[in-house]
Design a protein around this ligand. Sequence first.
Ligand SMILES: [Zn+2]
Length: 121
Amino acid sequence: MQEASDGLDARRQRAAKNQSLFREFNERIEHLAGGASSAEFICECLQAECDEPVSLTRDEYEQIRSSSNRFFVLHGHEFADIEEVVETNDRYLIVKKLGVGADVAQTLDPRTREARHVDRA
Ligand SMILES: [Zn+2]
């Protein structure tokens, strides 16, 4: 089933790219929020058309951003074949990308942009 796995890789890659764009956007939101203790970020799920707000404290946001392979998404916005839920609370889920998605998330991390340990599944 080589083809099926190629298709999955392509989807994982595309998803991680989309999510990395949301991540860049959220980095700007955090910057604009200045010293505020919390802010309304944008859901980082793979659906390009999703722009639903998620409220996070600065600490929660920083915690997620401290890893290149962590994204937050709303409940129901996670996709089991491309990501794994690693943490959950009543407002959002934290997911990590699987397979090639982890590599993309790592490469596109605006905070590192350089080789570091990849938290790969
Ligand atoms: Zn979403």
